[in-house]
Design a binder for this molecule. Structure first.
Ligand SMILES: Cc1cc2nc3c(=O)[nH]c(=O)nc-3n(C[C@H](O)[C@H](O)[C@H](O)COP(=O)(O)O)c2cc1C
Length: 392
């Protein structure tokens, strides 16, 4: 069975390769009446686009074109299809290294599975993170649907190499990190990340990082026991992102060092409803959302394509050789990966909102459409004050 689709009701299929004519996505299961425009999608894509400070030099305008499922600016209930042309493609950069698979990249496993003659070596083909454009497009649709319940997702770079944000980052700082060129939640940490990036880039090397995501205003009860628990579906969708090597939520791996009395969250009554005193579960218990903020962390490995020479083999001659990757690559993929992480979380939540009956499977009512439009406008204008005050 192929693996190009994800989601049970909100079903997303991506297509296209790094150096093909375009990349795109088909999104099925979206109720009729959701307002959607190419500008909405372009807004979200702007946070993963290459060409920003100290990321890949590949310059893509990422202009989305909606080719199905829309009438008078609203979804019709039909599959939504969106395409984005690949414009800044320089395949010649990959001619020199086509027989020498990059250590840390998908080249050798793809050659072994599909055969060298069928392998699209140009820019990593289907394994390239260019495919994640399609995920961010689908994530835009999902994010808009989630705004029916004011659900918001904020991701920021929690660590880069050995530099780490200490302590808890509040939701407002996390959501405004999208306007930082290195997705840092404060100016100080932005400066530290930037100097580390510059030094690894100058060495012809790369660096890994971790991202943290906060999902706000989650209703209780999202997740389907026992195999489609929300934690299991989040893990799958986030680990499907290229270069993601780890997933945790709540206490995560730290919890394994604790005693039950330290880890347990005391349940307290607050404004007439049960709450958890410290949210150590990260908003998920029994595989179901418990109404607290969902807190997720993922790890990104360092970019595998680096200028520093590394050992590999020539698959044509069988000889050992070295490779220095000259293409245009991000020194830290975690930065742009955060937009992709937010999108994958949005897809997973949208799927479960539909499955749990929080959103109609068929069509949105007029008041629901107005609520979404109002919340989308607010979401887009978030952080503008902070930006104009120069605090980001
Ligand atoms: C947003 C984003 C951008 C990426 N850019 C690059 C890149 O420029 N060069 C590179 O070697 N890998 C890049 N990657 C990672 C590779 O696509 C990934 O390491 C490769 O497909 C192998 O898959 P794996 O790391 O999941 O095993 C990027 C990943 C993401 C999420």
């Amino acid at each position: 069975m192929p693996g190009n689709s994800i989601g049970k009701v909100f079903r997303v299929t991506t297509f296209g390769e790094s150096h093909g004519p375009l990349v795109g996505v088909v999104i099925d299961g979206v109720p009729a009446g959701l307002p959607l425009s190419e500008e909405d999608i372009a807004f979200e894509l702007s946070f993963r686009r290459p060409g920003r400070y100290l990321v890949s030099g590949r310059r893509e305008r990422d202009q989305p074109k909606i080719v199905s499922g829309l009438f008078n600016g609203k979804t019709t209930g039909a599959p939504i299809a969106v395409i984005v042309n690949n414009e800044d493609v320089i395949s010649s950069l990959y001619e020199e290294t086509k027989y020498t698979p990059r250590p840390g990249h998908a080249d050798l496993p793809y050659i072994q599975k599909y055969g060298f003659e069928n392998w699209d070596y140009r820019g990593g083909g289907r394994a390239s993170a260019r495919e994640t454009v399609s995920r961010v497009i689908a994530g835009t649709v999902a994010k808009k649907l989630l705004l029916l319940r004011r659900i918001l997702i904020a991701g920021y770079l929690k660590s880069m190499g050995n530099i780490k944000v200490e302590g808890k980052v509040d939701f407002d700082s996390a959501i405004c990190a999208k306007y930082s060129p290195v997705r840092a939640p404060s100016k100080d940490i932005e400066n530290s990340y930037t100097s580390l990036l510059k030094s690894v880039f100058d060495e012809g090397d790369s660096v890994g990082g971790t991202a943290e995501f906060i999902v706000r205003n989650t209703p209780t009860g999202l997740g389907e026991p026992v195999f489609d628990k929300i934690k299991a579906d989040l893990a799958k969708s986030l680990l499907s992102i290229p270069a993601v090597t780890g997933f945790e939520y709540g206490l995560g791996f730290e919890g394994a060092k604790m005693k039950g009395s330290e880890a347990n969250d005391q349940i307290v009554m607050e404004n007439g409803r049960p709450r958890y005193s410290k949210n150590s579960a990260g908003g998920i218990l029994g595989g179901l959302t418990n109404g607290e903020d969902v807190i997720i962390r993922i790890a990104f490995k360092p970019t595998s394509s680096i200028r520093k020479p590394q050992n590999t083999v020539n698959v044509k001659t069988g000889e050992s050789t070295t490779i220095s990757v000259k293409g245009r690559h991000d020194p830290c993929v975690a930065i742009r990966g955060i937009a992709v992480g937010e999108a994958m979380i949005a897809l997973t939540f949208a799927d479960h909102m539909l499955r749990a009956g929080y959103v109609s499977l068929v069509k949105l009512e007029k008041d629901e459409v107005e609520e979404i439009e109002r919340n989308w406008g607010e979401y887009k204008s978030l952080c503008q004050q902070a930006l104009s005050a120069g605090s980001q």
